[in-house]
Design a protein around this ligand. Sequence first.
Ligand code: SF4
Ligand code: SF4
Length: 216
Amino acid sequence: MMSYFLSRQIVNSDFVHEVMKRSGQNILSCYQCGKCSAGCPMRYQMDLQPNQIMRLVQLGMMDAAFNSNSIWMCISCETCTTRCPREMEPARVMDTLRSMSYARESARQLSPGQWFRELGSRLGQALLGAFNMEVKDNVRTFNSVFLENVRRQGRSFEMSLIGGSNTSTGYLVRNILKAPIMLLKGKMEFIPERVARMKKIEKIFEKVEESENTKI
Ligand code: SF4
Ligand code: SF4
């Protein structure tokens, strides 16, 4: 079981208010019954259970919440939401934390030294076949590749989704043998099909970026 120490330096009350505002949930009313976690189908993959994430938010422990893989393992199935006796929506809290974490990463200004260290670490991960890459980094990377796909085509293009996520995560040949079968069965295309009204798709992205104050 993980242990945390509370101190003035760690507790961030602005974080509590920000999560409550963005998610529309009165997180302080969570009484830690654990029903959300008991029903969560992904809890076996999470380092912290959904109710523990709620607790971290209540306590303003921003870094611990963002460093948990749970927010990236959550599949937004909303089982937790249907089970909560306080009529709260932990699924929305998870979603809010993902979005805040994403914005925080995007806004991170790296010094030249940090930039080279980051590059070195990513190259190392790629060379090692990402054996040491954390699950949450994989999920985050997959999310970015997927969103980039949708932004370009208006829909997912599997070929580029597989290629992009494999090269970004370092698993270069993952699922590669499935590609010919999928191509033969017509489940995958060689050439991407774009939706007709790409301007509308771009507007959706712009609106989200504006409301989240970040670049997707
Ligand atoms: S079910 Fe609701 S009240 Fe119970 S721990 Fe989860 S969020 Fe809190
Ligand atoms: S929405 Fe996320 S946290 Fe809630 S039950 Fe589903 S996977 Fe678990």
